[in-house]
Design a protein around this ligand. Structure first.
Ligand SMILES: *[C@@H]1O[C@H](CO)[C@@H](O)[C@H](O)[C@H]1NC(C)=O
Ligand SMILES: *[C@@H]1O[C@H](CO)[C@@H](O)[C@H](O)[C@H]1NC(C)=O
Length: 343
């Protein structure tokens, strides 16, 4: 599908864009650098690292105003950007201003991503983004950046993917698999046979199979060499699954988990199962990144219910802590053969 960026239809919410896109763009830089570092440490015979600075923890740092005169890696003309998310094409008042933020790690400087070195380095590679709109933004950002340097692409979709394309000169495929919880879910209602949930008084809700990957990405670990997974906790919060009207009901091995789990614990269990799923399918060597959190697209309501995306600054550290820990009572600790990077 080709998006006509400059001619939004009146029925489309044209300002469906937010700082989240910028944050994703900027964060991608650190992702790319991590990728290059990891590949370097694994394959010394490959091309030299993109940049030579001491490794540091990119998760520790802050957003700062970028005073450097740097040309953006791509602009609003990139056809991959969804019409409603194109802040600049939609004339968002602070659209240009949003580009002037960069992530500053505490222990080092983050070099700019270099698309050409990236293309060279990931020749004959498949990279899959698996997750919600945060990962979709990551996908778009990477693709827009690379298309500037290598416009010869073939659009196609690997099994289960929403979008994907191959950079023909490099045989590099990048795809996006859309999934919210990573695991399979669907609506559930009580039956008259009287199961464990019925006897606890549940009438309806969502059945969430913590050990079944969403079919959108079941095949992805076999196809992709690098997976970037995410599931934001917003999908695990009362705003998406009302705990009274439509509670999340967790199932394992096809039967309800009793006593029922709270969403944060259900998420923890689902993540553990999904990592095991990948490990069992393709072994522990698959390069995996796991991303957890982003601001919401809209604040103060959904796009059709009075919400706005006029955020002008990245979330403060206090806001991040509030988002991360308020709805989630348990601290998800995921360490998986140190192959998982939590950012
Ligand atoms: C990097 O920093 C984050 C945030 O402070 C921390 O949670 C994580 O454990 C650190 N990672 C390493 C490898 O030290
Ligand atoms: C393209 O890359 C895939 C791996 O992603 C590899 O199997 C295939 O042989 C490559 N094709 C060419 C022509 O090098």
């Amino acid at each position: 599908m080709v998006l006509k960026l400059a001619t939004p239809t009146p029925t489309t919410p044209t300002r469906r864009c937010s700082l989240i896109f910028l944050l994703s763009v900027l964060f991608l830089v650190s992702l790319l650098y991590s990728l290059s570092f990891r590949f370097t440490s694994q394959s010394p015979d490959q091309a030299p690292p993109l940049v030579r600075t001491a490794p540091c923890n990119y998760s520790e740092g802050k957003w700062v105003r970028d005073r450097r005169a740097i040309k953006p890696r791509y602009d609003q003309s990139c056809k991959e950007i969804y019409k409603g998310w194109n802040c600049i094409a939609n004339a968002k008042s602070n659209g240009q201003d949003l580009l002037r933020w960069r992530w500053q790690p505490s222990g080092c400087d983050l070099p700019l991503a270099d698309p050409i070195s990236f293309l060279e380095r990931y020749r004959n590679t498949n990279i899959g983004f698996v997750g919600d709109s945060l990962n979709r933004n990551m996908y778009l950002s990477l693709v827009c950046m690379l298309r500037r340097e290598s416009s010869e692409v073939r659009k196609w979709r690997p099994a289960g993917a929403d979008r994907g394309l191959t950079f023909m000169r490099y045989n590099l495929t990048v795809a996006y698999h859309r999934t919210f919880l990573l695991v399979h879910y669907g609506s559930w209602s009580a039956t008259s046979n009287g199961g464990a949930l019925e006897s606890l008084g549940y009438k309806q809700g969502y059945r969430i199979d913590v050990d079944m990957p969403d079919p959108k990405w079941t095949e992805a670990p076999k196809f992709h060499h690098i997976l970037v997974l995410n599931t934001g906790h917003w999908w695990w919060a009362p705003s998406k699954f009302d705990p009274i009207q439509s509670p999340m009901l967790f199932f394992q091995n096809g039967t309800p988990v009793i006593p029922p789990l709270t969403p944060p614990l259900g998420m923890e269990l689902a993540l553990k199962h999904m990592l095991m799923y990948i490990e069992n399918l393709v072994g522990p060597e698959k390069l995996l990144f796991f991303r957890t959190q982003s601001p919401r697209h809209f604040e103060g309501g959904e796009w059709n219910a009075g919400g706005s995306c006029r955020r002008e600054q990245p979330l403060s550290i206090e806001q991040v802590y509030w988002i991360l820990w308020t709805p989630c009572t348990s601290n998800t600790k995921l360490k998986w053969n140190s192959k998982v990077v939590i950012s």
